[in-house]
Structure formats: C-alpha cells, structure tokens
Write a protein that binds this ligand. Structure first.
Ligand SMILES: Cc1ncc(COP(=O)(O)O)c(C=O)c1O
Length: 481
C-alpha cells in the first residue's frame, strides 16, 4: 500500500534502494573488468550524445533499471575511458574500489562539513588523514595541524592555488585587502612552465594577469632562479611589491622540478609567499627514493598535491597545506550570525569553511581514509614505484630505437619523445594512434617541437599494456611519414 503524504514524491523503498545499489556496484565492477577492451577515446562527434537523449525530461518517474541501461547505451559510448589501463594521456585521474566506496558512503551520509559543529567527524577525520599524509610523504612538520599550520582537502589544485594567493595577498596587505580590496602594487611570479591555474587565480583575485611574471626556465625546464631574482629586483626598483611565488614540483608539460629551496631563499628576501604546486608528482614522495622532491619545502608557506591524480583516490581530492593558518583564515573568514555556534567560539574547533572558497563541503576525507586503510602505506609506495619502473623501461626501449628519441629525460612516470627524422609528422602519428582506440596519449610542445607524451599512472596498467603501447607506436611510426 502506498502511504505517501499528498505532495510527497515516491522514493525508492529501502529494499529497492538496496537492489539498485547492488546493481550499480555490479555494473561498475563489470565496467572496470571490461574497460581495457573499450576504445579509450570516444568515437563521437560534438552533439552526438545530446542527439540521442530525449528532448524533454520524463513527466513520471522511470525505473532504475531503465536509467542504468541508458548509462550503458547512451553515456558509455561518449566517455573517454580514464580508468582504462591503456590510458596514458595528460596526467592520470586514477581511482580504486575503496575510493569509490568511500565516496559512496560520503554521498549516502550526505553531511555538510562546513563547520566543525555541522559534523565533527567530517572535520576531525579530514584533519587526521591530512596529518597522516604529511607523515607518509615526509612533509615538514609545520604543515601538520598541531601547530600553527594544517591541511585541508580542496576540490582541485586550482582552488588550492587560488586560496594560497588570497592568503598571500591578505598578509602582504597588512590584513586590509579583505576590507579595502587589492593594494595596487602587488606582483606574483611563476615560471613559463607553471600550470595555467595561477594565471586564472590572478584574474579571479582581481590582481590582473599582467601582474604575473612568467620567468624563464633552464635546460631542465625548471625555474631559472637567477631570472626570478632579477625579475623581483626589477619590479621592486619600479616601486612594485613582489608578494607571491609559485614553484612547481612536477610541471604539467614534462614533470620538471623547480629548485624550491633556492626559490624560497629569493622569495624570503622580498617577504613573498612561497606556494609549491606538486599536483601530480607529490604522490611520489611516498617512496623514500623520491623524497628529494620535498627538498626546500621547509621554506614553503603552502603546498598542495592531488591524490585524485596518482593516489587511487577518485576526483575530487587535492590536499592543501599551510604552514600558518592565520593569513588563510583572515582572507576567507566571514561570520554571519546564522553560522555562529559555541564550538567555533571556543577557538578549539577547525571550521573548514574558512579554509576554502565555498561554504558547503563534502566528506571527501572518507575516500582517502578508505584508500589508505585498505591498501596500507607499503602497497601505495609500490604502486607509485611500479609506474616509475614501467616508464623507465619504456625510456630504455625508446633510447634503443634509432627511429625515436627522448626529447627531455624521463621524469618519474612521464616520458616525452618524438621521431628523429626531420619533418616527421608526429601530430599525425598521435592522431592515428588515438583514433585506433587501443591507447590514448596526449602531447606537449618542447622548444617548438611537437612531442608524444606518455604517462604511466593508471590503476591496472601493467608491463604488458606499456609494451603493447610501445609496439603500436613503433608500428604506426614506421607506416607514417
Ligand atoms: C602541476 C599542475 N598543477 C595544477 C593542475 C591543475 O589540477 P586541478 O585539476 O586539480 O586543478 C595540474 C593539472 O594537471 C597540474 O599538472
């Protein structure tokens, strides 16, 4: 019997929810089992997906089975299969069963973690897991929560960079920017290889992209510290104020590593904030042999890396750390009456709404907690190590093939290479390989030269997948001009 109140929609019953949930997990488990056999790149043209969807929403509800069937029929053909072991493009966005289930629990609990009071477990698990991660990666202790610093989960490295910029602006303005707006004399610095999110953050913050200096890089494509020093000196001599420097540990194009310690010394001489963006490469610091990636971090004011890239944790999950919370909280805290509560007044509780742009926030720490507990530190280290070893093996195959060459030395799990022959059309080669569907790679341009860019980082990628990719690349390379 239907006992609904008038006006109340018909919800799935607990049993229907359970059955639909089992069906979704079954479907996902099957998807992950067969994803290696799907063409990695979708074969659809713009508009195809919409054209297959009904023009109007259903007036009455449809069965869950019908909805799930349409995921398979209408949605899957228009997906790029990021979870394919043959996905080698961009940077990975890998995931894992514990992460998916952690995210599902988060959705099911449906809590808002904006204040400590609105779900103490949401806040305290996040603080705790970020402290765990600081230890797992060997980050400086000042990023941990027991002192002035601490970590928070942001949706993305782009948001982390924006928050770092706003905190730096607040500090540089003597804590007046939030009331008075931007001082007119602030200048920020990065390298020509820094991720474009900083440029976007400069415009969002109203500081202006023209006030972002992109300094030159050296032969390894790492920031040239002399060029940085010179740019800051020249700006200061013109009456401008260098207030923010972004160093990158693992650049987007080639995974180059900026000399963070030397950059930190130059930044400190001007009282500028140092933010370190380790979005992709940061996860490698799990392994003692890659801890050199943290060199100089003790000088950083803020740091971020993305478990949603290389640490088996599905999007979105960026871990953002500050050495001192005060400028960040000063930049982002606004306290309307309706959010006042006794726990916040004590000053003992963390209210993460003050550490990010939006007010509301998901319980993202659950998926990280599930991943770390389910795998354990050692397996996560081995996961990263395995990808680096596979990339290293690919590097040796490329070096041994006289038709191909590495354009820059491999960095961690990323290999950038091209055909040697003058006039070889590697763009056509990449298009051919990707259209074929057996793998997906992306490209970069290094000193004007188009390069194939292969990043090993997917959850189920094995030596066989990398070897098969290399055989396909060689064969296609031989058949094209
Ligand atoms: C070095 C670096 N920083 C930032 C980002 C942006 O990451 P997100 O998508 O988390 O904003 C990327 C993306 O690949 C990146 O490579």
């Amino acid at each position: 019997m239907d006992e609904r109140q008038p006006g109340s929609p018909r919800h799935l019953s607990a049993d229907e929810f359970r059955r639909a949930g089992y069906a979704v997990i079954d479907w996902l488990a099957d998807y992950h089992e067969r994803v290696a056999d799907l063409p990695v790149m979708p074969r659809v043209a713009p508009g195809d997906v919409r054209a297959a969807l009904p023009p109007a929403p259903p007036v009455t509800g449809e069965s869950f089975a019908a909805i799930l069937a349409d995921v398979e029929r209408l949605i899957v053909p228009g997906l790029m299969h990021w979870q394919s072991p043959n996905f080698f493009g961009y940077f990975p966005a890998n995931t894992s069963p514990p992460s998916i289930l952690g995210d599902l629990v988060s959705a099911g609990l449906g809590v808002q973690g904006m204040l400590w009071q609105t779900s103490p477990s949401c806040t305290e698990l996040e603080t705790h897991v970020l402290d765990w991660l600081a230890d797992m990666l060997g980050l400086p202790a000042r990023f941990k929560s027991h002192g002035r610093g601490g970590g928070v989960i942001q949706d993305s490295a782009s948001s982390a960079t924006l928050c770092a910029l706003l905190a730096a602006r607040e500090r540089a303005s003597g804590y007046h920017a939030r009331e008075q707006g931007n001082p007119g004399d602030l200048v920020a610095y990065c390298s020509s290889e820094t991720h474009s999110s900083l440029e976007k953050a400069m415009s969002i913050a109203g500081l202006g992209r023209a006030r972002l200096r992109k300094v030159a890089t050296d032969a390894r494509r790492a920031m040239d510290v002399d060029a940085l020093e010179e740019a800051m000196r020249a700006d200061a001599a013109r009456g401008l104020r260098p207030f923010f420097v972004c160093a990158t540990v693992g650049t987007t194009s080639t995974l180059a590593v900026d000399p963070v310690g030397a950059i930190g010394r130059v930044a400190a001489a001007h009282g500028a904030w140092l933010h370190v963006d380790a979005a992709m490469a940061g996860s490698a610091a799990l392994c003692p042999e890659f801890r050199y990636l943290n060199d100089g971090l003790e000088r950083a004011d803020s740091y971020c890396f993305n478990p949603h890239k290389w640490l088996l944790t599905n999007f979105d999950c960026d871990c953002f750390y500050v050495a001192d919370r005060e400028p960040l909280l000063a930049a982002l805290t606004v306290l309307p009456e309706y959010l006042r509560n006794a726990a916040s007044e004590t000053g003992e509780a963390i209210d993460y709404r003050d550490w990010q742009i939006p007010l509301g926030r998901r319980f993202r720490a659950l998926k990280l907690w599930f991943v770390i507990r389910s795998y354990g530190v050692r397996a996560l280290q081995d996961f990263v190590r395995h990808h680096v070893a596979l990339a290293s093996e690919l590097e040796s195959w490329i070096a041994a093939d006289d038709r191909f060459e590495l354009v820059v030395p491999r960095s961690l799990n990323l290999v950038c290479f091209a055909r040697r022959a003058a006039g070889a059309d590697d763009r056509a080669l990449l298009d051919r390989l990707n259209a074929d569907g057996h793998l997906f790679m992306s490209h970069t341009v290094i000193d004007g030269r188009f390069c194939l860019r292969l990043c090993v980082g997917q959850t189920h990628t094995t030596r066989e997948h990398v070897e098969a990719a290399w055989q396909r690349i060689r064969a296609a390379g031989a058949s094209l001009p």
